[in-house]
Ligand binder design. Sequence first.
Ligand code: 0A1
Ligand code: ZN
Length: 896
Amino acid sequence: MRTDTIPTISRHDYQPYPYRLPHVALEFDLDPLQTRVSSRLEFERVGNVNEPLLLNGQDLVLESVMLDGQTLAPQAYRLQDETLTLFPTKASFTLQITSLCKPADNSSLMGLYVSGDKLFTQCEAEGFRRITWFPDRPDVMSRYRVTLRADRMHYPLLLSNGNLLESVDLPDGRHQAVWEDPHPKPSYLFALVAGDFACREQTVKTHGKRDALLQIYSDRGSEPKTQWALDCLIRSLQWDEQRFGLELDLDRFMVVAARDFNMGAMENKGLNIFNSAYVLADKDSATDAAYRAIEAVIGHEYFHNWTGNRVTCRDWFQLSLKEGLTVFRDQEFSADMLAHDLSGAEAASARAVKRIDDVSTLRIAQFPEDAGPMAHPIRPESYQEIGNFYTATVYEKGAEVIRMQHTILGETGFRAGIDEYFRRHDGAAVTCDDFVSAMESVYVQRNPGKNLDVFRRWYSQAGTPRVKVDLAYDAEAHTCSITLAQHNEAVGIERLQSPVLPKPPLHIPFALGLLDQQGKPLPLEHDGKAAETVLLELTEERQTWVFENIAHKPIPSLLRNFSAPVIVDIERQESELILLAQHDTDPFARWEAVQELATRQLLCLTRSISDERQSDIASGLTETWKRLLHDPNLSAAYKTRILSQPTEKELLEKTSPMDPAAVVKAGKHMREQLGRALAPDWLDIYRATSGNDDAYRPDPLSSGRRSLHNLCLHYLMAAGHPDAQPLAVAQYYDATNMTDRMGGLSALVHFSDSPQRQEALNHFYEQWQQDPLVIDKWFALQASAPGATVETIKSLMLHPAFSLRNPNRARSLIFQFCMNSLQGVHTPEGYAFWADQVIALDQLNPEIAARLARAFDNWARYTARNREAIRAALQRIQQHPTLSRNVSEIVSKALK
Ligand code: 0A1
Ligand code: ZN
């Protein structure tokens, strides 16, 4: 499709649907080659005048249309490319439509598709229209009754949303199941699954003493790997009852694992469909990180049952209403699971580990997005293809915007706001503004005369604001003034407007602490209370706060717990950062100080590499690192975060122009130097953290220990320490769980070119070739290794286990290389390879292709050499004659 013919949909053009559709009955004659879908839709006019009735459909063959029992002649309706329009003359009527779709030909994995020998659906955002003609928009909510018929031998299990009403055998070797969902829902939450599955199940009592049957379905043979997912689901139910008072509203809740899936998982009502990567785990095949990811995704989809399904989005511009809120909820769930059984500083440190990981994700994925051609507010203003707006901005920044409301209102205030939100909107399709209004009803009670008008701008402003901090100390008056000034530069299409309009200030909750020169926290008076951390609410461009009774010039600890998604600018001495690194009582800000120290060093190295100068790392950094490594009060999980270098991608964002080659060299140099300078320490800690992993558990304590163990090994390998390689080899072969095994293997793959590297890779493949999720790791590791080149990737693509059609496999090899192998991809051949793959993937799966197409969104900020080569590659993609709407939108925005 050509860019100029793709319509742009604008938020302001929203019109309510002119009909209600309270009841939907669907009948499926399932067959992978050709499935017949018959629908019975009972419409009721909303207003008093007859309006055209518009239905969406895509890649369907229309067989018949009946209105109130009468077959319509083709002249009685208008059938266009992707719409079917009828012209009803009555206030209520029944439409019956029969159509065909072809699941086996559907490589987009949207709508009804085949994965292995099974059938699955994916309807969000606009996949239902590939199943049948329908008002495929989230504000049309209906009760569904679904009849599924299929061959009994190939599809012994037939699942859909809600409750099973009937299951009968039919005479011709087929069988039939009838499902009814008691809850009205939009079409994007519809699901069906057909095939042969193993099931693990458990019945639990809800808070209200109802029985709920929880089921995890997976490929036969993989049932030993579903216990963790079921445990996570049970904990999700309990957590949502305890923390939010939200109880499961179904008798049966099913999770089904699919091998081919575009995203992580999908919250279809009562029938969640998951990428198998977020369901299957056992100690031999899954790493600690995979266990945690499963917990997060199981939680996320379960929490959608209220935030997304009971209250849904009025239109797709409101996507962050459900996604931002649900990401916030899953982040809190994971943090609570990490801090379980802990209290005080230990609990705070455990929660900080999760916060650090989430903020790192935000900075790596969302900050660049917010500075590039795809920059958009968390509630976008327009789109060409909604599939392109399942972004880090809508999800991760959206969660930060919810978190700020939590920070401003506090836990009890936020809970009161959530209660009010459900009281007002349960069962409805609403907007982001409705959510803020519910929160505001609590805010105004507690802050008479104030409101959230300024806060609402977070929903309409793109870009990462910068907050400049100035500290002025008055030695005579013993006062310390803190001035915060905010600025949010024009980004994305805003820059193309003339004149470029300045953006009004935002409501920024800014958590601050002050330390004395010895690093002791100072009690601060604010809003009539004394506390170690105060929350400054910046609502104007510039504001000053004065703190009294401060005996000496203090050291500020800024944006504690990352209280707002902003960039802080402050001029400060390295000695202040070193003090914060040792003493800050806020574990997030402490980590941040160490990261800032390391970033400064890395940027300095990058510059010296660009100027071809030799440079060593400062002793202050190694000493700080050493002290932290031996600090008995820090948990292993926290130490792993605080002693990890900032990633290449974070650093790249901070270079101008962006110079991938220099960034890679600087990172390597620093790792080597830190490895060498602290070699005896890494070795000691490596030994001290080897555990008896016969009794493997993915609990926070032991997984923290394993992460530190692996970090030590990496530094030792980077340093070329003589003991490192034998340790890595031994760790790889002797491991009794996948975390240790991967730690050993990745140390070899990343840092060694000895024959043992290839031997271990071969051994790994031999051992695990039957397990696709493990083989994904095998591909990913090689694709992201520093030495990976286009040739490496092309030869791996010829491996019999590679397929472009399976999203997990494409992600593990192609995406890993294009997005994470800075050294390999930032070459003329790398860019050409990337363009070829975007084009090839686009013919199969536009959603996945469009994600790959975003690899170099920020191409205009690279050094001239890289810039020109990327532009040429982008132009080549754009000129391809059969580009999808998805990829077309991405490349045309990148080239504007
Ligand atoms: N709502 C899901 C995300 C999702 C979106 C689109 C999909 O298909 C293209 C699949 C899943 C979630 O937030 O988990
Ligand atoms: Zn979600």
